[in-house]
Design a binder for this molecule. Structure first.
Ligand code: CP3
Length: 343
């Protein structure tokens, strides 16, 4: 049985590309909201393998995507590092802001795999149920994106606290990068060992890193993570998603041993197809808000992505996560359009 997602990620271009959507399990689906309501605490929900598998599979059953991404969250890593992480309805994640790396409980690093073992259980359960032609993706946040939440204590617009740290606390910032990198590696290893077919590293806020620091804060940690995975026997392909770095994508692709690169909707896909190294599979980059409009506007945007990447291995996806306002009908339309069936 061929798995077109994995074939594409290993460098084979398919005439009809594989398709999945970031945040494909979520609040735009009534059946997600139903399961979610049964587990009001978001972290307990993520750590409940039966429920996590159920919502992971909902969008596969409904839309026939080529890959499932395990239901979990990037902020489980600071949670497993004993930071006080909670999700408040209407407000998003809240953490007690870290003011010094010494506040990190170093012993917590020895317990990451144990505390996050329910996510590994979700992956193995899910892999048992998922059809062999569908791929299962495990993931983690990249260290910088996790650090923004640890320092800011919440989502942020300009990441001023985290960026000031970068300039003021040279050594301390590197210390923080080191420990979060180590924790991220442990999280990815248990996911790969449990049955993930591919891994994705979300650096959602990479665009906030000054270009001057990009190599040290974005590329180097990703490189270290992947090299360590390889040394520890993990062979699954890795997709990097350094969102918002524009022209910096060329250096990122050359500085990290990634197999695939996620492209946000700010990137000109024709530029990416021409300038990103040929050994890297492209993924993305439809604006998630085009799914709210739907219709001809969305179809034209899909058409121009397919045209721009023609001949290159490409995984169809959005430039960022699908939004809760998205009509399900438009998701069906998107999949049909990508697969060449106009509805
Ligand atoms: O893609 C999927 O379907 C898998 C699940 C997934 C979630 N979070 C579930 C989730 C994935 C891949 C993530 C990654 C994630 N989490 C990122 C990186 C990707 C991105 O979007 O940039 C980030 C930055 C987070 C942190 C996070 N988790 C925030 C900021 C929030 C609150 C914002 C929001 O949308 O409510 C979450 C909560 C969260 N994670 C939800 C889901 C489905 C919504 C919570 C709910 O159901 O009430």
């Amino acid at each position: 049985m061929t798995n077109i997602f994995l074939e594409t990620l290993s460098g084979t271009a398919h005439r009809i590309p594989p398709v999945w959507l970031m945040r494909q399990a979520g609040r735009y689906l009534p059946e997600y909201k139903e399961v979610r309501a049964s587990e009001p605490d978001f972290i307990s929900f993520c750590l409940n393998p039966e429920k996590a598998v159920e919502v992971t599979l909902q969008p596969i059953d409904k839309f026939g995507f080529d890959a499932a991404i395990i239901f979990s969250d990037i902020l489980l890593v600071p949670w497993a590092m004993n930071r006080n992480v909670r999700f408040v309805t209407g407000q998003g994640p809240l953490l007690d802001p870290l003011t010094d790396p010494s506040e990190i409980d170093e012993n917590s690093l020895d317990h990451i795999a144990g505390k996050l073992s329910p996510v590994a259980r979700s992956l193995s359960l899910c892999r048992e149920t998922l059809a062999p032609e569908k791929a299962l993706i495990g993931f983690a946040g990249a260290p910088w994106t996790i650090i923004t939440y640890m320092l800011e204590g919440q989502s942020s617009r300009d990441f001023a606290t985290a960026r000031k740290w970068m300039w003021d606390n040279d050594r301390k910032f590197d210390e923080l990068l080191d420990v979060v990198t180590a924790a991220t590696i442990e999280f990815l290893i248990i996911q790969a060992q449990a049955g993930a077919d591919a891994l994705m590293l979300f650096d959602s806020w990479a665009g906030a890193v000054p270009a001057h620091f990009r190599r040290r804060v974005v590329s180097e940690p990703a490189k270290r993570i992947i090299e360590t995975l390889r040394r520890r026997g993990i062979t699954q392909p890795v997709i990097g998603f350094p969102k918002g770095i524009g022209e910096g994508l060329v250096a990122y692709c050359n500085e990290t041993p990634i197999d695939g690169i996620g492209l946000d909707h700010g990137v000109d896909i024709a530029w990416a197809a021409r300038h990103l190294p040929a050994h890297v599979t492209l993924q993305g980059n439809l604006d998630p808000l085009s799914l709210i409009a739907g219709g001809e506007a969305m179809n034209r945007a899909i058409g121009s992505i397919l045209e721009a990447v023609d001949g290159r291995p490409h995984i169809f996806n959005l430039g960022h996560g699908i939004t809760p306002e998205t009509p399900e009908r438009h998701v069906h339309d998107l999949v049909n359009r990508v697969r060449g069936r106009m509805s």
